[in-house]
Design a protein around this ligand. Structure first.
Ligand SMILES: *Cc1c(COP(=O)(O)O)cnc(C)c1O
Length: 390
């Protein structure tokens, strides 16, 4: 008989759990989209989104997911035949490169396996691009498949005075780990509503610097994707290129009030860091005695705050067991060399110590039930990590 009762725990890296307050905020009849009240909520949402990214620059919002954010950035900056350098450190960076290539953009990939990009390699490559043929350097802050964390300030520094624009995908890291777009010199930042921002899927955001805003439209800049009418729009419908996603606006506005005004952005980053360390402590303990269980990234500074990727023999069986018996859903081992022996534990957005200990506890039960060899003391280690970081 299954023990999958009570609240289900969803620990996949997006869409992430929604707070009841955010769901309730969306539970509203559609208002007049030409009315002042909705226009005011939308304006304050735009201001919240800029605070979140650490920028005073421009913001364009789209109805869409993260892929729409990728497309929006490309459509405004690049043309067919343009050259970009994409620093890939996992499945998401690689599929971003594939999408750009299919659009007709020339993508040079600097691949670092399933590890974060190496700023030194970047700087060496750009030094050989004296004519400045590379229009943009593009990178995922967190590649959600490999659970890596790129060092964005180091990447910016490595670009030196090369004129390329720096384009960062923060879809899985914004609202989980530090992002200071203006201070760090990021030209274009891409995110979406459904990961760290604990909101329903359906909104994509593209923040862009004055330098990016000065780029001329290209052959790819069709009217709907054009970011200029959206940024600084006067009429509400222009912000979203048509009917605004009203319920998503209400939900996001509530979620960002919780993040920015109630918990506070720095506290949110700190919470994610603490929860991540607890998960790593458990995995390290399971990995003792040559069990073959291990974190995919060795260097703690190079690990994502929002998701942890684990190599674990028979992971697919374990995932099925914890879902069926405990009501806990773990992420698949996306892009891992052996996906059936890999999984991901998300700890992004609306999550805390109870959730993380519950997820780890269910995994512990599954390891025992299935007879998967593992080191002892994982739950003790996670609890000790939480206790020590208080
Ligand atoms: C989830 C994700 C995407 C894709 O976002 P969708 O909303 O699924 O389209 C792109 N990049 C990263 C880093 C992601 O985590």
């Amino acid at each position: 008989m299954t023990l999958a009762h009570g609240h289900e725990l969803i620990a996949i890296p997006g869409p992430s759990p929604l707070p009841a307050r955010v769901m309730n905020a969306a539970h509203r009849a559609s208002p007049d989209i030409y009315g002042e009240p909705l226009a005011q909520v939308n304006l304050s949402l735009m201001a919240q989104l800029k605070r979140l990214a650490g920028t005073d620059a421009h913001l364009a919002t789209y109805i869409g997911n993260g892929h729409a954010g990728w497309e929006a950035a490309a459509a405004n900056l690049l043309d067919r035949g343009d050259r970009v350098l994409l620093l890939t450190s996992g499945h998401f960076g690689r599929s971003w490169a594939d999408m750009l290539e299919a659009t007709g953009i020339e993508v040079e990939r600097q691949d670092s396996g399933n590890l974060p990009p190496d700023p030194q390699r970047l700087s060496e490559r750009l030094r050989r691009d004296a004519q400045g043929g590379i229009r943009a350097v593009m990178v995922c802050q967190t590649d959600t498949a490999s659970a890596t964390m790129a060092d964005i300030p180091a990447i910016r520094a490595a670009m030196g005075d090369h004129p390329a624009l720096l384009v960062v995908d923060a879809i899985a890291s914004l609202g989980c780990a530090p992002m200071r777009m203006d201070d760090w010199g990021v030209d274009v930042l891409i995110a979406a509503s459904q990961k760290g921002l604990m909101s329903p899927p359906g909104a994509a955001f593209v923040w862009f610097s004055d330098r990016a805003a000065a780029e001329s439209p290209t052959g790819l800049t069709t009217p709907w994707w054009d970011w200029r009418p959206r940024a600084g729009a006067e009429a509400l419908w222009r912000f979203w290129g048509g009917t605004p996603p009203v319920q998503t606006i209400f939900a996001l506005s509530e979620a960002l009030t919780m993040i920015l005004d109630e918990e506070g952005l720095e506290a949110v980053w700190h919470r994610h860091a603490r929860l991540a360390r607890a998960v790593w402590a458990a995995v390290d303990a399971w990995g003792a005695d040559g069990s073959g269980i291990r974190l995919s990234v060795d260097d703690p500074d190079a690990r994502a705050a929002s998701v942890t990727a684990v190599t674990l023999p028979r992971a697919a069986e374990l995932r099925a067991w914890v879902t069926r018996e405990c009501g806990v859903t773990l992420g698949v081992g996306l892009g891992a060399p052996e996906p059936e022996n890999a999984l991901r534990i998300a700890h992004m957005g609306h999550t805390g110590a109870g959730t993380v200990m519950g997820v780890l506890g269910a995994m512990q039960a599954g390891l025992i039930a299935l007879g998967i060899p593992h080191g002892p003391g994982a739950l003790e280690a996670a609890a000790a990590s939480i206790a020590a970081s208080a």
